[in-house]
Design a protein. Structure first.
Length: 128
């Protein structure tokens, strides 16, 4: 995930665009680490590929509704949502529909994971 995200900035042939659905399809993976790496690297990709900003944002906004699985418990989802907030913060200036993102972040003020709640608070202080 890290390598693909880092290569996005030098991808002049838009090869990432061709694998976008496969890359973000990993949000449905069984293991938290895989999902967290996709989410956590999304900010880099959005910065490198501004034309994909809305598509990436749409994928990140889905993180609060991920299905729990044997290796993806509710606490894992809370961590992933925190990664989504951090990624969104990296490219918030590029997002056209900021209200949708702000609403997502506001919902995380009630997140049971303190670190995610703090990320939400800091995001809102910075952008609202």
């Amino acid at each position: 995930m890290y390598i693909i995200a880092n290569l996005a900035r030098v991808d002049i042939e838009n090869r990432f665009d061709a694998i976008f659905d496969k890359y973000y399809g990993l949000l449905n993976a069984e293991y938290m680490v895989t999902v967290a790496n996709v989410v956590g690297n999304s900010g880099k990709i959005a910065k490198a590929k501004p034309h994909l900003t809305q598509k990436i944002t749409n994928e990140l906004l889905k993180t609060e509704n991920l299905a729990t699985k044997s290796h993806l418990a509710q606490e894992c989802k809370n961590i992933i949502v925190g990664h989504a907030i951090s990624a969104l913060e990296m490219y918030f200036d590029q997002i056209k529909n900021k209200e949708e993102v702000i609403a997502f972040v506001r919902r995380q003020l009630n997140n049971p994971r303190n670190a995610t709640k703090v990320k939400a608070e800091n995001f809102l202080k910075k952008f609202v």
